[in-house]
Design a protein around this ligand. Structure first.
Ligand code: ADP
Ligand code: MG
Length: 385
């Protein structure tokens, strides 16, 4: 039975009424890493793995939340919403209700059953999928009339305030705005976006999950942000018109930062080149040059590993291993770094061979098998009938 039927049945069995069902997908990012907080470009896609919520209003002024994943039922009165440390999974739902309230919308009682097939905590943004599914569903049943972009911003704020993760807007944007067979070229400054078609005929997108998350991740994230800001100030001293690294040229980075600070210099070179790489990668796709696109993924990895220094032994190993295969035309670490998945562009007929080889060598070296996910660019948040 598919997940839609499953949560519909669960809902009807438990609450005795017919719900609406909303699907909101996880996401990948092809190119454009650590560019969002520098006002840069990113190139994500929603994927064919999603979170599903079955939802209907109730007359009790209480949210009754049922999780398939956690085999849990939680009741939360709609007055006085606050994050819960005892039931963290509810925060992504209650946090969204809280954001509607903060915008002055009345949130009535509702029943909600949630399930999904986005792997949790693997860097595919299952959290954004939960938030966006909930935001979309509440907007439907209470007829708030908010546009998609407003739902995206609201979901992002829910993550900031109830999950305590100060994420950029990419994850929620990709989940809501995804389109079959397309990537989303998103300008993180203006929020303008274009759909870039990607023809994967003969190839598959495969993720290898390193199954590690090093504790360095969040402190390094903050340090990188500070290094970027410090580099920006060095440029602004001579070029005040540069408002963010988005505006900076490589020449300016060399001229203003290189003589002052080698570390900050490396970080800023990476960011400026990566933003440019998103533009070039989109041109590759529009020319149907998947091979050139894949080369840029390798370049991004090299930059993240050597210049931005947010990779780790496990991620570098996964990328190094696939380089031995001519059938792997692109690979890089994905996400903030220090763990999570690598994303790989692999010729269809050698996916099994590569997967087996990588699994075996990774297991030998790190004593844990990587998880493997096949993903495809898919449609964004929608009500299912
Ligand atoms: P990621 O977003 O990379 O998957 P996070 O740690 O940000 O990892 O979010 C994962 C959390 O989101 C889970 O721990 C859980 O609280 C919540 N979540 C994700 N999917 C589901 C689901 N299907 N049902 C209930 N909660 C979920
Ligand atoms: Mg998350």
């Amino acid at each position: 039975m598919d997940l839609t039927q499953h949560i519909r049945n669960t809902f009807i069995h438990r609450f005795g009424a017919e719900p609406i069902i909303v699907r909101s997908p996880g996401r990948i990012n092809l190119i454009g890493e650590h560019t969002d907080y520098n006002d840069g470009l990113v190139l994500p896609a929603a994927i064919d793995k999603a979170v599903y919520v079955a939802v209907k209003e109730n007359p009790h002024n209480v949210m009754r939340l049922v999780s398939d994943e956690y085999k849990d039922v939680v009741e939360v009165p709609v007055a006085n919403l606050a994050p819960s440390s005892a039931k963290p999974w509810t925060n992504y739902i209650v946090g969204v209700a809280d954001q509607f309230q903060k915008r002055g919308f009345k949130v009535g009682g509702f029943d909600l059953v949630i399930a999904g097939d986005v792997p949790l905590g693997a860097g595919l943004s299952s959290s954004a999928a939960v938030e966006c599914a909930t935001a979309y569903a509440l907007n439907e049943i209470f007829a708030y009339g908010l546009e998609r972009l407003e739902l995206v911003k609201l979901a992002q704020l829910a993550e900031h305030e109830f999950a305590g993760v100060k994420c950029g807007i990419m994850d929620q944007f990709a989940s809501v705005f995804g389109k079959n067979d397309h990537l989303i070229k998103l300008d993180c400054r203006s929020l303008e976006y274009t759909y870039i078609p990607i023809d994967l005929t003969g190839y598959k997108l495969i993720l290898f999950d390193s199954c590690v998350k090093h504790s360095l991740a969040s402190s390094a994230y903050n340090t990188r942000r500070e290094e970027c800001e410090s580099g920006l100030r060095m440029i602004q001293y001579y070029y005040p018109e540069v408002k963010s690294l988005r505006d900076a040229t490589l020449e300016q980075v060399v001229e203003c930062i290189k003589p002052v600070d080698q570390t900050v210099y490396k970080r800023c070179v990476y960011v400026v080149m990566e933003i440019n790489r998103v533009e070039l990668a989109c041109e590759d796709l529009l020319r149907h040059d998947l091979a050139s696109f894949g080369q840029r993924m390798f370049q991004t990895h090299a930059g993240l590993s050597c210049e931005y220094e947010v990779s780790c032994a496990e991620l570098d190993f996964l990328v190094d291993q696939v380089k031995h295969f001519p059938s792997v035309i692109g690979a890089r670490m994905m996400g903030g770094g220090f763990g999570g998945c690598t994303i790989n562009l692999i010729a269809e007929d050698s996916v099994n061979q590569v997967t087996e080889a990588v699994t075996q060598s990774y297991q030998q070296k790190f004593a844990v098998a990587p998880r493997v996910y096949e993903v495809a660019p898919s449609a964004g948040t929608a009500v299912l009938v």
